[in-house]
Design a protein around this ligand. Structure first.
Ligand code: UP5
Ligand code: MG
Length: 212
């Protein structure tokens, strides 16, 4: 039919490897829609806590049981992020699907997802989408830690204790996902320990067949 093929690129790499930064550049040059699973979760938390704490209006309009579950869910997600834990894929896949639908686009950069085998299997099962390729930003931990500690955007997970936990989860759970796609010849590994512009030169070459 007239339906355009959906192109999904998974953008993976450790915490602070530069996924968000490079995605912003890819969007400008190649017409993709950027969906960061972490950003979607953080947006969900802040809208949940808005419903939860701002004004009695919301409290009166929303049925009590629903209100309780909104507060419960945003608190749970917030706590998992603070601990560097991976939120269940029921939550993330739903948020990603909704954002894909709302965008109206057919080319997506999915940033920071899938983070474990369960995420990967659930996404493929629910959406039936197989990624075009995986962009993997490879960066030493010392460099990533330096970047995260100087980011200063008030993220609850940008402190030394949580950063160490995020590194551990990345190695134990997320590297196997990259290896899975590597065994299918789908991974473009990029040296991310270089200046932003230099990394983007490499990224541009990888995306040139998918031009705007
Ligand atoms: N910077 C960027 N590139 C640079 C360069 N080349 N040289 C020097 N500095 C550079 O960059 C980080 C900082 O470094 C910035 O200040 C930037 O200017 C600078 P950024 O582009 O933000 O890196 P990014 O890889 O996006 O780092 P981020 O912290 O977002 O990665 P995470 O993977 O840790 O965070 P995410 O938001 O994806 O997930 C957060 C948490 O949400 C997870 O820990 C988990 O608890 C939860 N989550 C899930 O449970 N499931 C999901 O599917 C997704 C998230
Ligand atoms: Mg990010």
């Amino acid at each position: 039919g007239s339906e355009k093929k959906v192109i999904v690129v998974f953008v993976l790499g450790g915490p602070g490897s530069g996924k968000g930064t490079q995605c912003a550049n890819i969007v400008k040059n190649f017409g993709f829609t950027h969906l960061s699973a972490g950003d979607l979760l953080r947006a969900e938390i802040s809208s949940g806590s808005e419903n939860g704490w701002k004004g009695k209006e919301a409290i009166n309009k929303i049925p009590k049981i629903e209100f309780a579950s909104i507060v419960f869910f945003s608190t749970m997600i917030q706590n998992m992020i603070k601990e560097g834990k991976i939120v269940p894929s029921e939550v993330t896949v739903k948020l990603l699907q909704r954002a894909m639908k709302e965008s109206g686009n057919n080319k997506f950069l999915i940033d920071g997802f899938p983070r474990n085998e369960e995420n990967r299997a659930a996404f493929e099962e629910v959406t039936k989408i197989v990624p075009e390729f995986v962009l993997f930003f490879d960066c030493p931990e010392e460099e990533m830690e330096r970047r995260l500690l100087s980011r200063n955007q008030g993220r609850v997970d940008d402190n030394v204790e949580t950063i160490r936990k995020r590194f551990k989860v990345f190695i134990e759970s997320s590297i196997p996902v990259i290896e899975h796609y590597g065994s299918k010849g789908k991974v473009h590994k990029v040296n991310a320990a270089r200046p932003v512009e230099e990394v983007f030169e490499t990224v541009k070459e990888i995306f040139s067949p998918y031009g705007a």
